[in-house]
Design a binder for this molecule. Structure first.
Ligand code: AMP
Ligand code: ZN
Length: 463
C-alpha cells in the first residue's frame, strides 16, 4: 500500500487511485531556455522514484509538459518571456532555443535513468486547448481584461489559498509577492493570455479571440494536464517552489473551469541547495550534468547522491558529497557484481518486501538504499538470494548495479565451494566467532583469494 505526503492536506495519506487499474500523474516539465541544472534534475529523479514505485502496482500514465513559451522571468507574470531572453542571449530564434535545450534536457534525463513520460506535451503545440480553457473561464465570469492581457480574478475563487494555507496567502495579499500593477484587481491575479507588445514583434505569438499574444505559463499546465488525463488527476508533482504560485493558480483556473477537483494528491520535492543558497537557472550560476561529467563524475553518481536524501528534505550539494556518492556507488557495484547467479526464495522475497515497503512509505529511498547495503552484509541471505534481491532493488534504484563496468582487480566469479566458505565466514563474524573467521580467511587464502573486511562487508580479490 502506497502512502504519500499530500501538500494539500499536509499529511501522509494512503494513496487510492480513482480507478483501481490505472494511475494518472502530471509532472511540471522544464522551461527550455537554458540547460537544466542538477537542482531541476533532483526533482525529476524523485518523480522517477514515484513513477517506478507506482508501476510496481499499477499501469501509469505519466504526462510531462515542456514549457517552450510563456514562462516569464518572474513566476508572477512580470518581466520578459524566458524563451525570448534565451533567444536574445544566444542570437538564435526562440524556436531554435527551445529545440536545442529540450534535446539537451532529455539527454540529461536519460543519463540519470529517469523513466520517460508516457506523454510529452509541448506548450506551443497546445495553444487551441489553452485558448478554449481561457474562453470557458471568461464565460464563467472569472476573467477581466487589462491593457496587457486577460487576467484571472483570484477573488472570485473562494478556495484560492487551499494548497498553501490561508496564513501564507494572506501574507502575500500584503503585496509581498507581486508588484501590483495599477490594472490588477488583486495582487494574486495572474495572466491567462498576454498580448504581444505593441512596440516590438514577438517571435512566438498566436491569434486569439482577445488579440494576438501568447498563453500564460499556468494555463499551459492546466490545459495540457486535463487534455491527457481528464478533469481530475490522481497525482500532480513538481518542485516545492511551485506550491505558492504555479500550482495554486493551476487549481484556481482548472477547478473554476470544470467545477471538479483538479488533483487528489499534490506531491512536491524539496530543493537542492548550494552552501551559498538556492541553485537557480536565471541566477546564471548553476551546476549541470555536463559540468559533473567534465569533473569526472558519471551522472548516476548524482542519482546515488539524491537517493541518499529523502525527497522532502533539502539537500545541500557539495563536491565532497559527490565524491562520497561516487565511491559508494563504485563499492556497491563491485559487491553486486561479485554475486554470481540469482535465486529467488522466500527469504529474498522478504527483503524485496521490506524494500518495497520503504519506497511505498512516502518514497523512503534512503531507507531502501540502506537495506541494499544491509543485505550485502547479512549472514541471513545466501549469495544467490542477495543477487536476486539486489536485481529487484535496482529496478527502482536504477543505478546500473550489474551492468556498469567495475575495476578489474576484483574477481567477478568465485567458485561455488569458495563462495560457501565466504558465506560461512560472514555467519561466523556475525556470531563474533573470530577464531573461525580467521580460519576461513586462511582457507580462502590457500585457495588463492584474499578477503578484505570493509564497511560494506567482505570483499574478495584474487591473490
Ligand atoms: P523549470 O525548468 O525552472 O520550470 O523547473 C523545472 C523543475 O525543477 C520544477 O519542478 C521546479 O520546481 C524544479 N526546481 C527548480 N529549482 C530547483 C532546485 N534548486 N532543486 C530542486 N528542484 C528545483
Ligand atoms: Zn506546471
Amino acid at each position: 500500500m502506497i502512502h504519500l505526503y499530500n501538500t494539500a492536506s499536509r499529511r501522509k495519506e494512503e494513496f487510492v487511485p480513482q480507478h483501481p487499474s490505472k494511475v494518472t500523474m502530471y509532472c511540471c516539465g522544464p522551461t527550455v531556455y537554458n540547460f537544466a541544472h542538477i537542482g531541476n534534475l533532483r526533482t525529476y529523479i524523485f518523480e522517477d522514484l514515484l513513477s517506478r514505485t507506482i508501476r510496481l502496482h499499477y499501469p501509469l500514465t505519466h504526462v510531462m509538459n515542456v514549457t517552450d513559451v510563456g514562462h516569464l522571468v518572474s513566476d508572477a507574470d512580470d518581466g520578459e518571456d524566458k524563451m525570448e531572453v534565451g533567444a536574445a542571449r544566444e542570437g538564435k530564434s526562440a524556436w531554435d532555443i527551445a529545440k536545442f535545450y529540450e534535446e539537451k534536457f532529455w539527454q540529461d534525463y536519460d543519463a540519470l535513468h529517469c523513466t520517460r513520460p508516457t506523454v510529452i506535451s509541448r506548450a506551443t503545440a497546445h495553444i487551441p486547448e489553452m485558448i478554449a480553457l481561457v474562453k470557458t473561464l471568461e464565460e464563467k465570469g472569472y476573467t477581466y481584461r487589462t491593457s496587457d492581457g486577460i487576467y484571472y480574478d483570484t477573488s472570485k475563487f473562494d478556495r484560492y489559498d487551499a494548497l498553501v494555507g490561508h496564513a501564507r496567502i494572506s501574507g502575500l495579499q500584503g503585496g509581498a509577492r507581486v508588484e501590483m500593477s495599477d490594472e490588477k484587481r488583486n495582487p494574486t491575479d495572474f495572466a491567462l493570455w498576454k498580448f504581444s507588445p505593441k512596440d516590438k514583434k514577438r517571435q512566438m505569438e498566436w491569434d486569439s479571440p482577445w488579440g494576438v499574444g501568447f498563453p500564460g505559463w499556468h494555463i499551459e499546465c492546466s490545459a495540457m494536464a486535463m487534455k491527457y488525463l481528464g478533469h481530475t488527476l490522481d497525482i500532480h508533482c513538481g518542485g516545492i517552489d511551485h506550491v505558492t504560485i504555479h500550482h495554486t493558480n493551476e487549481i484556481a483556473q482548472s477547478e473554476a473551469a470544470t467545477g471538479q477537483k483538479y488533483v487528489n494528491y499534490w506531491v512536491h520535492g524539496e530543493f537542492l541547495i548550494l552552501r551559498s543558497g538556492k541553485m537557480s537557472k536565471s541566477g546564471g550560476t548553476f551546476v549541470t550534468v555536463d559540468v559533473l561529467k567534465e569533473k569526472g563524475y558519471e551522472p548516476l553518481a548524482y542519482r546515488y547522491l539524491c537517493l541518499g536524501a529523502h525527497y522532502r528534505t533539502q539537500l545541500e550539494f557539495s563536491y565532497e558529497s559527490m565524491d562520497s556518492a561516487a565511491k559508494s556507488l563504485k563499492n556497491l557495484r563491485q559487491a553486486a557484481q561479485q554475486l554470481p547467479s540469482a535465486q529467488s526464495t522466500e527469504k529474498s522475497q522478504s527483503w524485496k518486501d521490506k524494500f518495497t515497503a520503504a519506497m511505498e512509505d512516502d518514497l523512503n529511498a534512503p531507507k531502501a538504499l540502506a537495506l541494499v547495503w544491509e543485505a550485502l552484509r547479512s549472514a541471513e541471505l545466501a549469495v544467490a538470494e542477495k543477487r536476486d534481491f539486489l536485481q529487484f532493488a535496482d529496478t527502482i534504484l536504477a543505478l546500473d548495479l550489474f551492468t556498469a563496468p567495475v575495476e578489474k582487480n576484483v574477481t567477478t566469479e568465485i567458485p561455488a565451494a569458495l563462495q560457501a566458505l565466504l558465506t560461512e565466514r560472514a555467519a561466523a563474524r556475525k556470531a563474533k566467532d573470530w577464531k573461525k573467521s580467521d580460519e576461513l580467511r586462511d582457507a580462502l587464502l590457500q585457495a588463492g583469494y584474499v578477503v578484505k573486511d570493509t564497511p560494506q562487508g567482505q570483499q574478495i580479490e584474487k591473490k
